[in-house]
Write a protein that binds this ligand. Sequence first.
Ligand SMILES: Cc1cc2nc3c(=O)[nH]c(=O)nc-3n(C[C@H](O)[C@H](O)[C@H](O)COP(=O)(O)O)c2cc1C
Length: 235
Amino acid sequence: MSRTPSQSEITTIVDGVIRERRSIRAFLPTPVPRETILEILDVAARAPSGTNTQPWQAIVITGQKKEALSKELVEIALDPTRDAEHTQEYSYYPEKWIPPYIDRRRKVGYDLYGLLRIAKGERELMNRQFARNYTFFGAPVGLFFTIDRVMGQGSWLDYGMFLQNVMIAAKARGLDTCPQAAFCKYHRLIARHLEIPDERMIVCGMALGYEDTSRIENTLRTERETAAEFTRFME
Ligand SMILES: Cc1cc2nc3c(=O)[nH]c(=O)nc-3n(C[C@H](O)[C@H](O)[C@H](O)COP(=O)(O)O)c2cc1C
């Protein structure tokens, strides 16, 4: 018979899952059952939201639907003329980069391309690696998240909590994820493929599946500033 875990067991498990979640950029083709996906999204929807507005909506794509979208997106991403026709709908990143953010951004790029042995300036290889986003890095499941345009900034805060829950609930089931803002640039094309109504906006995409542990890019470990560095106590 199972017993209730002790407080210290809960801490170890919950902290462990949070610490072990990483953005995975190469997946096995192993399918994920639909019930598991719904279970993850159900748990994630326990996220808090201002006045319980629950601003999230998810679209799950697999099989042919995913293949068709990926194929078109990869083609566009690798064709500068067609790519130039697409622009972001909302700015995820700052217009002007300043330290320490620019340094962190550069580091993760150098580290990832370093592992893949892609040298600085090897644009073609970099673009090809970046375009792997559009195949969901080989994951069997692609998720898209949308929000009603009428919702305010606070709802985006709620959305972040929901998305983190999705990633943690997946990790707790031995599944991995990669949140993907890369899709946002092609929002018009994606909206057409996935019949997203005009009133809704794409927040981001997300790859979901099992990590391919044999792949070098998945050995990437990102750093964090410690709480003692970014926190100030006052009495
Ligand atoms: C909203 C969001 C969008 C992201 N978009 C992408 C993306 O398009 N492609 C990608 O490879 N990683 C993407 N990432 C992953 C970040 O690069 C990653 O979270 C960060 O480097 C920290 O690494 P970790 O997730 O492994 O801890 C995104 C992360 C977030 C939170």
